[in-house]
Design a protein around this ligand. Sequence first.
Ligand SMILES: CC(C)(COP(=O)(O)OP(=O)(O)OC[C@H]1O[C@@H](n2cnc3c(N)ncnc32)[C@H](O)[C@@H]1OP(=O)(O)O)[C@@H](O)C(=O)NCCC(=O)NCCS
Length: 171
Amino acid sequence: MAEPDWGITPLEAADCDELGRVHIHVWREAYAGLMPADYLAGLSQERSAENWRRGVELPDGAEIEALTLVARHRGRIVGFASAGPSRDDDAPTEWELYALNLVSEVHGTGLADHLLSRVLGDRDASLWVAEGNARARAFYARRGFTDEGGRSAHDPTSAPEMRMVRRRTPA
Ligand SMILES: CC(C)(COP(=O)(O)OP(=O)(O)OC[C@H]1O[C@@H](n2cnc3c(N)ncnc32)[C@H](O)[C@@H]1OP(=O)(O)O)[C@@H](O)C(=O)NCCC(=O)NCCS
């Protein structure tokens, strides 16, 4: 099958409202059954859009450290990826994959691989994934991420999370 023509571009302010809608839509799809229904129902597209906007509209002189990419198909945002310096006190790698989210219509198409390689390049990286998110765990395992034992819980819901780590260079 011919590869779809994904348009992958850095996030801009004009994308943030749509990204907020897509972000919450993906969360509700991906975490139904893993997180409480009332928590997912209460997620706000507007708040998500505002968070993304804060990341692109920085005060003068501030530097953007994170990279967020959006993928469009036929003009519509169908996925996004975000990465930057690790937020963990015991960071196993300098770089962290903060998010890789695709709408279900484009699962299994190869878009996730494009986004992952564009946002991480060859860097060592770590990420947090819900332990019950079997599809994501399988995806990351096939791309060289392993479980090194890091465990946490998703703050608002206490859903168990695990850290997966990819090392391109020996530790
Ligand atoms: C996680 C995500 C980026 C992966 O992208 P994708 O295009 O769906 O991934 P792929 O189809 O290439 O790979 C998924 C793998 O999981 C496997 N899989 C699917 N459902 C599974 C399940 N319930 N249990 C175990 N493995 C499963 C697939 O067979 C495939 O394995 P393969 O590579 O050996 O064929 C995408 O599914 C997504 O955005 N999901 C919603 C948001 C999310 O969970 N993001 C990750 C947060 S950390």
